[in-house]
Design a protein around this ligand. Structure first.
Ligand SMILES: [Ca+2]
Ligand SMILES: [Ca+2]
Length: 621
């Protein structure tokens, strides 16, 4: 692993630790969308299936005595003290509806049609929790009135913070402005915060790798066309509309994370620069992606700031307390102890990348349900400077607008359900960036990610699945998904098979694309060795250490190994949830934490099947 790759992973880790509690909430919520298999249980009647799940509050605590009603005469189930419920003998498509006096549930019901162990709900005892909240990213490529957010008294970005030559006259004259037609980016996370809480606006999916953790699958969007990307109704629990910060983190460069760890990270700005630059190959453009007069750049290569070689994570904070846009850490270097908020708090984080504060958060969501829109003004976003040589276009400089590299505003609009759009009569284009992964972790699952096509009359996609051979069309195989989403987790799978998925786009004319097909084998992960790791092996009493275990396959590929964890030595305890500590964890997981309580030497052992590996940890006063 190169040093910079290691730095990237560390930054992700730091960030995920900081968000630990939020991730926990996220898993509670995200799991609502995941359907995982526990088929093949003994004692079930042929043709019937078993479903189970949890009902928890937004802090992750189980809610007991919730009655779950099942449509079709299948009766009810009731949650236990941990919020868990289970129902045998279901058949066909059944709607599950939770109820408990004084509680409101998100979602209010769910439809199931196959074995699943994660039909979960988030409950709130705040009866005022009503309404819907939706978040979208929208890019406008048309000239228009800038924003409904008051921008009158803003000070533009100070060009002195830009990297050379953009901080001086050396860049030459502005010779062109262009509007990108596609801005593809991976969203690392979004959230809202106030001095009293932080909550994620989660569009992420996870694959469980232990009781409280999961592999995070990051979505990617085309910011020019992404609409209605997520529903964040759970924010309305406890009347949490009084946040003063909305934040979003996006990746600025393409990054191929190891396949078993999740989908690759994407960042591509597609812009047609016309005939003048047809034969010019800019030093930082993605040559394999550029075509004709269209040039493709990673976002970070268009940002006129410094330290390109560091992590290209761009953190945008829309903050009520900010009266002008400004950049923290404009050189993009690693910040070890950033307090991301203006109020006094204990929140500390490490981050490599840019932190950009944008003003104008003035949202009132308390009176009615709302639609939060991250509105990216793409019109003339790209500027070209002649580099002081007006007669030579080959050395011209390309950058985001220097007056404001991030013309993004956040606004709230009345909530509306998706309305039909007038079709253009043309067959829709295909999805792009179609990708697939197989996971053999706590459960077995195939995950598929795609970007919906950049067409105004896009309606939804259909995913058709078939074993062993590719589906030839929408009628050939099982339709496993219909919707306008961007990711699908398929856990109704068998091991040792090859599955083909055809993703077909439907537009508002009712026209279908031919479809794109992708396939994967579901062979179980067999390890020939495992290796346990600790972030550090020498700690003081009171400190925590993260441990994890990797498994290696015969071809030598590294994958996450879901192991049993055991501590030998009276020096502390192991935990998944930072609340309960023990010497043996009763469920397997990919990672756990060790807390040191006494000086001495302890040995932590991870076991996977017949394989095991140990880490020695020395605890000092
Ligand atoms: Ca020039
Ligand atoms: Ca059409």
């Amino acid at each position: 692993m190169t040093r910079s790759a290691a730095a990237r992973l560390i930054a992700l880790e730091v960030y995920s630790v900081r968000k630990h509690r939020l991730v926990y909430v996220l898993i509670t919520i995200a799991i609502v969308f995941s359907v995982s298999g526990c088929f093949g249980r003994s004692g079930t009647t042929p043709g019937t299936y078993t479903a189970s799940g949890f009902v928890r509050d937004s802090d992750g605590n189980g809610i007991d005595s919730v009655i779950l009603g099942f449509s079709g005469g299948f009766g009810t189930a009731t949650t236990d003290i941990d919020g868990k419920w289970l129902k045998n003998g279901l058949r066909g498509t059944v709607t599950v509806t939770p109820r408990k006096t004084g509680y409101v549930f998100t979602p209010s019901n769910r439809e199931i049609s196959r074995p699943t162990s994660s039909v979960s709900f988030v409950g709130s005892s705040d009866a005022a929790a009503r309404g819907k909240l939706k978040v979208s990213l929208m890019g406008s490529t048309e000239p228009r009135v800038r924003s409904r957010v008051a921008l009158s008294d803003l000070t533009p970005f100070d060009p002195e913070v830009y990297a050379p030559p953009f901080n001086s006259e050396a860049k030459g004259n502005l010779v062109g402005r262009y509007t990108p037609h596609s801005v593809i980016g991976t969203v690392h996370g979004m959230g809202v915060a106030s001095p009293n809480y932080r909550l994620p606006l989660e569009c992420l999916y996870t694959v469980a790798e232990g009781p409280y953790s999961g592999v995070i699958l990051l979505p990617a969007f085309d910011f020019a066309f992404a609409k209605g990307i997520m529903y964040v109704d759970y924010l309305l629990e406890h009347g949490r509309y009084d946040f003063t910060v909305v934040e979003m983190e996006i990746w600025g460069e393409n990054m191929s994370l190891e396949r078993t760890d999740g989908f690759s990270i994407l960042s591509e700005v597609h812009v047609d620069l016309g005939d003048e630059y047809c034969d010019v190959s800019f030093p930082k453009e993605l040559r394999g992606k550029s075509h004709g007069t269209v040039h493709v750049f990673q976002l970070v290569d268009l940002i006129p700031l410094g330290k390109r070689d560091h992590i290209a994570l761009v953190r945008l904070s829309f903050d009520h307390a900010v009266d002008r846009p400004y950049i923290v850490n404009p050189d993009g270097s690693y910040v070890h102890d950033l307090n991301p908020y203006f109020w006094e708090c204990n929140t500390r984080m490490g981050l490599a990348g840019y932190v950009i504060y944008l003003p104008g958060l003035d949202l009132d969501l308390s009176s009615e349900s709302a639609h939060l829109i991250f509105d990216w003004d793409l019109f003339d976003l790209i500027e070209v400077y002649d580099n002081g040589t007006p007669d030579d276009v080959s050395d011209d400089l390309i950058t985001l607008r220097l007056d404001n590299p991030f013309p993004i505003t956040l606004r709230a609009e009345p909530y509306e359900e998706l309305e039909p759009i007038i079709g253009d009569g043309v067959q829709p284009p295909e999805v792009s960036e179609l990708d697939i992964l197989f996971f053999d972790l706590v459960e077995q699952q195939v995950a598929i990610r795609w970007i919906n096509p950049p067409t105004a009359d896009f309606r939804q996609v259909h995913i058709v699945r078939k074993e062993s051979v590719p589906p030839t069309g929408i009628e050939d195989g099982d339709v496993i998904y219909v919707g306008s989403g961007y990711m699908y987790q398929d856990d109704d799978i068998k091991l040792g098979k090859e599955y083909f998925y055809r993703v077909i786009v439907e537009d508002w004319d009712g026209l279908l694309s031919d479809g794109k097909t992708i396939s994967i084998r579901t062979d179980p992960w067999e390890f020939t060795s495992i290796r346990a790791h600790a972030v550090q092996q020498s700690v003081s009493v009171g400190e925590m250490v993260r441990l994890w275990a990797d498994g290696y396959t015969t071809p030598g590929e590294r994958r996450r190994a879901v192991c049993r964890w055991e501590l030998d030595g009276d020096v502390g305890g192991l935990t998944y949830d930072w609340r309960n500590y023990s010497t043996v964890l009763d469920e397997p997981g990919y990672n756990c934490d060790f807390k040191a309580t006494k000086p001495g030497v302890g040995v932590v052992t991870a076991t996977w099947g017949d394989l095991s590996d140990s880490v020695t940890i020395t605890v000092t006063e």
